[in-house]
Design a protein around this ligand. Structure first.
Ligand code: GLN
Length: 289
């Protein structure tokens, strides 16, 4: 984009940005050009239709130009605008946290069905999107989130504050520093195999935290480590919910089966891929009789 472009109308500016992003191979170039325009100028579609042919402020146009150029470098839109919606709530995001995904809303929805009045632990909380939505929408008795990354937890803390959610965050390698036991444990841990990681789109591979995505040679290491320790942290009769990769339904179910879990259920996402596994911890034998 050139200086001439910043002396233009909203419509012309948008058009130039769209063509520029298309040329740079950005998928959804038009949509991203629009979202950035809305972000910088604080306008919505109605404003655009009313004032689209009026000249823009050159100062703001220069900011817009910078952000469009960032997007052309494959920086995800959400890291540029600094926000992402999840479960109808707005979350702050930056390069230290995974951008909340639509599929993950399914995980939160499943937990919402059973979490009223319960204690819930979210492992690998990242932006805090899961546990904060549950705390806001789910009437929890107790809400705790853990992450290994202190920088991610700073973002999660700010998100909890933003939504006035009573969530305690603990810096911990999975369950390492967690105390007590919970009715429900939920996690969207890293689950991409290292080989696959290298083939991800540049937005994800080069900009989202590797720590939140790469799960070694098999992609299963975090499920294995969590499941191995669940007995201590999950109450008898409690539930565990995992987000999983599209081809991990059988393997994660098997791990839970081997660990003695019952009612193991795999749920598909809207694209028809396995996405959620949930299971129940057995009640103590004495209580079952
Ligand atoms: N819990 C966060 C999310 O689902 C982060 C997950 C992660 O970092 N693996 O978006």
């Amino acid at each position: 984009m050139t200086i001439k472009d910043v002396m233009s109308t909203y419509r012309e500016l948008l058009q130039t940005a769209r063509e520029f992003l298309e040329k740079k191979g950005i998928a959804d170039a038009g949509l991203d050009a629009w979202y950035l325009l809305a972000h910088v100028f604080g306008i919505d579609r109605a404003d655009f239709f009313m004032y689209g042919d009026e000249p823009v402020s050159p100062e703001k146009a220069l900011i817009y130009k910078e952000l469009v150029e960032k997007r052309a470098m494959h920086v995800p839109l959400q890291y540029i605008t600094g926000t992402q919606q999840f479960m109808g709530l707005e979350f702050e995001v930056d390069e230290n946290v995974l951008i909340p995904r639509q599929e993950t809303e399914l995980l939160a929805e499943e937990v919402l069905k059973v979490c009223k009045g319960k204690s819930v632990l979210d492992i690998c909380t990242g932006s805090g999107c899961i546990i904060i939505s549950l705390a806001v929408l789910g009437n929890l008795n107790k809400a705790v989130g853990t992450d290994i990354s202190p920088k991610a937890l700073e973002v999660a803390e700010r998100n909890a504050k933003r939504h006035n959610a009573a969530v305690e965050f603990i810096q911990s390698d999975l369950l390492e520093k967690v105390k007590g036991s919970y009715d429900i444990i939920v996690s969207n841990p890293p689950y991409i195999k290292s080989d696959e990681y290298r083939t991800l789109m540049p937005e994800v591979r080069d900009h989202e935290p590797r720590l939140a995505l790469d799960a070694g040679e098999t992609g299963l290491v975090f499920y294995e480590r969590i499941i191995k320790n669940l007995d201590k942290y999950l109450k008898p009769g409690g539930y565990v919910f995992f987000e999983i990769g599209y081809n991990q339904g059988k393997e994660v179910s098997h791990l839970l089966y081997e660990a003695g879990f019952e009612n193991i259920n795999v749920k598909k996402d809207y694209s028809g891929y396995d996405r959620i596994v949930c299971a129940k911890k057995r009640l103590n034998d004495i209580m079952e009789e």
